[in-house]
Design a protein around this ligand. Structure first.
Ligand SMILES: [Zn+2]
Length: 424
């Protein structure tokens, strides 16, 4: 099995290296190699896609949450200082992702008017990971130097963080003119990540260093694949009617079928496929190509839109193929909103006529805010105590009505809730 994997992945890179020109994206070839190497994973992907498709059918404007924030870890793999790109390019790249996926990109104004009705805020956002999979604080950036050519699987140089909970983005000098590649979800351990050329990382304020591909859209595009999007030109001119646009081509009905990738930034109005009526609104028959879509191959400054259909497909993928992202703590800083160790506070007695002794057992001096809530969640007592790490305070709640209450203690590191009962 291992030699087959190596062979197929090697084949993918040899094909790319044989051509000296820029290769916008290697995802199709990479995914084909993965499918060959891991047939079971392909079956799993197919089954999960059926669940995602059902979700889309039932709710064409499906969203995985109000806003879903995906934790990102950058693995910067370098052989020289130019490839070891600075933090501010990585911060800028996160900014590009957040703007592109929320349609707050400044070049959204360049979307042609016929596509404005389908322009989407996906409500998918990204953070630089704040904690590692084992719960320690991090800035979400891992830097590793290596020698030789870029590894076929970068996981061997810098191990992936739990791929179900984090988006791993490897950055390096891929060779062969390749700008990036990714895999479709759900992926498997060690084989589920986005890879991008170091010089294509950045954004309008801190651009990359490769002409025409310096605005961070390589990663916008590759993350689209990671969230289950295909190229707009996938399979060419198929899916040209309302009957088959959801089940063929790019599986999206509001991206017009397109025969081939577009390069540069077209100045004419290419229309490479003939859509037939009835096609879903707002389209009429024979729509022009949406070359400004992030999932085409145009220059970075030519791309500016995800469609509503693409947004739905990505959100459905998060709920089905990548559901572990929804419970990832990767974006939560360590020490904030943690549930504190219950032994830090003891209350005695827990049932009384209103007089309670609260014992603090913190490992260090801690500022604690105490609140008393009734069972309806109403706050009926509020006290801020600056205390030493080990001390006792007495609280008198004799004037409160009989009943069950929650005493909530909050510190800058988290909170703890204890139940008390007042009986008269
Ligand atoms: Zn691609």
């Amino acid at each position: 099995m291992k030699s087959r994997i190596l062979l197929s992945v090697l084949f993918f890179f040899l094909v790319l290296s044989s051509n000296g020109q820029i290769q916008r994206c290697g995802t199709d070839e990479h995914q084909a190699a993965l499918d060959l190497a891991f047939p079971e994973l392909k079956k799993q992907r197919t089954a999960l896609n059926e669940a995602a498709d059902r979700l889309i059918l039932e709710n064409p404007e499906f969203k995985a949450g109000l806003v879903v924030t995906i934790p990102v870890v950058f693995h910067v793999l370098y052989t020289n200082t130019a490839q070891n790109i600075p933090d501010n390019r990585l911060f800028e790249q996160i900014d590009v992702l957040n703007k592109d996926y929320s349609r707050t990109n400044v070049d959204a104004i360049n979307t042609r008017s016929m596509f404005l009705p389908v322009a989407a805020n996906t409500q998918i956002q990204f953070c630089l990971a704040q904690r590692t999979p084992t719960g320690t604080a991090t800035d979400g950036i891992v830097r590793v130097s290596y020698t030789g050519s870029f590894p076929n699987n970068p996981h061997t140089v810098s191990p992936e963080w739990d791929h179900t909970k984090y988006l791993n983005i490897y950055i390096g000098d891929l060779g062969g003119g390749l700008l990036g590649y990714a895999n479709l979800p759900p992926g498997s351990t060690g084989n589920d990540h986005v890879v991008a050329l170091y010089s294509a990382v950045g954004g309008p304020n801190v651009p990359g260093t490769i002409s025409a591909y310096d605005l961070g859209r390589t990663i916008t595009h590759e993350v689209g694949h990671w969230l289950n999007l295909q190229h707009t030109f996938n399979s060419g001119c198929v899916g040209t009617s309302a009957n088959n646009c959801a089940t063929s081509g790019d599986f999206i009905c509001d991206t017009p079928p397109t025969a081939n990738p577009a390069f540069g930034c077209p100045t004419n109005t290419p229309n490479t496929c003939t859509e037939v009526t009835p096609f879903p609104p707002p389209y009429t028959a024979n729509m022009v190509d949406m070359y400004e879509n992030y999932m085409d191959y145009t220059d970075d400054n030519c791309m500016n839109i995800f469609s509503l259909g693409q947004s739905t497909r990505m959100n459905a993928a998060i709920t089905t193929l990548r559901s572990q992202l929804l419970t990832s703590l990767g974006c939560v800083p360590v020490g904030v909103n943690e549930i504190l160790d219950p032994s830090f506070i003891t209350i005695s007695p827990t049932i009384s006529n209103g007089k309670f002794e609260v014992q603090f057992n913190f490992p260090a001096a801690t500022s604690v805010s105490l609140e008393l809530m009734d069972m309806g969640g109403r706050k009926i007592y509020d006290s801020i105590q600056k205390i030493a790490y080990s001390s006792t305070i007495n609280i008198d709640l004799s004037d409160k009505a009989e009943g069950v209450y929650m005493l909530r203690a909050s510190t800058e590191k988290g909170f703890l809730v204890k139940r008390i009962v007042i009986v008269k």
